[in-house]
Design a protein around this ligand. Structure first.
Ligand SMILES: NC(=O)c1ccc[n+]([C@@H]2O[C@H](COP(=O)([O-])OP(=O)(O)OC[C@H]3O[C@@H](n4cnc5c(N)ncnc54)[C@H](OP(=O)(O)O)[C@@H]3O)[C@@H](O)[C@H]2O)c1
Length: 261
């Protein structure tokens, strides 16, 4: 069995299943970027996180087209820059062209737009989803209060909120707030914002024969958070998805939670 088959998935509305380990592509571009993407697919990632702003959708499209994988085997996310508010349709069309696909699995508003555009952008997202251009739609970097405004205006919660999430920023109330609203959390920058030399992480890592980075990524999964992680190095790319042969005890999870400042 490949790792891909074993990666757990989160159920989003509309029967969409999102693999809980995604390959981040911020700064993954050009020839080196395409090599990293090929290494990620070879290592078993079946969830790719890109964005209009990353300038690499064509690289993602190129690698997927030459991968031999069927379109429905890979979960693709892209994002609308908030500066493109009001130009949702044209922006998504450009993303789809660059990615070489008829639809994305998840389309996110990258950052909250100007306040007066918050609801109009969300309505347009729902319309484009209903037209089949995105299987699920969501947001990124939104507060719970902003999510509540979307729900109040349209009756529809975002499928996902993609937010910064790492041990130093652990926030039980924020996680619970998303759960109560039925919004899946995707966590970005799990490693970049973490001191991987922290004794708590190195001790837990040694106990499981894994690296501190793997402990952090597994900690996300233990909390039901879909983890997005980027690396340009093949060994790290492979290690970062190798999270399914160990688990953290409740006590270990609590010790990592306590790293929050
Ligand atoms: N929605 C948003 O506003 C938003 C914002 C930021 C990020 N994101 C998404 O989330 C993804 C992940 O976040 P991120 O790229 O900011 O941060 P990240 O994945 O936490 O960290 C990436 C950094 O960690 C290093 N690294 C990777 N694996 C490692 C390992 N096993 N041990 C030690 N260091 C390791 C990488 O270096 P090497 O490449 O040299 O390995 C890179 O410098 C992004 O790529 C992007 O797709 C979204």
């Amino acid at each position: 069995m490949t790792e891909a088959a074993a990666v757990p998935a989160v159920d989003l509305p509309g029967g969409v299943r999102m693999p809980m380990i995604g390959f981040g592509t911020w700064l993954v571009r050009g020839k080196a970027g395409r090599e990293a993407l090929r290494a990620a697919l070879a290592a078993g990632y079946r969830h790719i996180d890109t964005a209009t702003m990353y300038g690499n959708e064509a690289d993602v499209g190129h690698v997927l087209a030459s991968s031999g994988l069927a379109r429905d085997e890979v979960f693709i996310t892209t994002k609308l820059p908030s500066g493109k508010a009001g130009r949702e349709r044209a922006t998504l069309a450009a993303s789809l062209r660059a990615l070489g696909t008829e639809y994305v699995d998840l389309w996110l508003v990258h950052w909250p737009p100007q306040d007066r555009m918050l609801i109009p952008v969300w309505r347009e997202f729902l319309a484009l989803r209903d037209e089949g251009r995105a299987r699920a739609v969501g947001v990124s970097n939104y507060s719970l209060a902003q999510i509540d405004r979307l729900i109040k205006a349209t009756g529809e919660a975002p499928a996902v909120n993609q937010i910064t999430w790492s041990p130093g920023r652990y926030d039980a109330a924020l996680l619970k707030g998303h759960q109560e609203r039925g919004v899946a959390v995707e966590g970005y920058s799990p490693l970049k914002r973490t001191n991987l030399a922290s004794p708590v992480l190195t001790e837990i890592a040694a106990a499981h024969g894994v690296t501190p980075a793997q402990v952090v990524l597994r900690w996300d999964l233990e909390h039901g958070v879909t983890v997005l992680v980027k690396s340009a190095q093949p060994e790290r790319i492979a290690a970062n998805i190798d999270l399914l042969r160990f688990s953290l005890s409740p006590d270990e999870v609590a010790r990592v939670d306590a790293l929050a400042r």
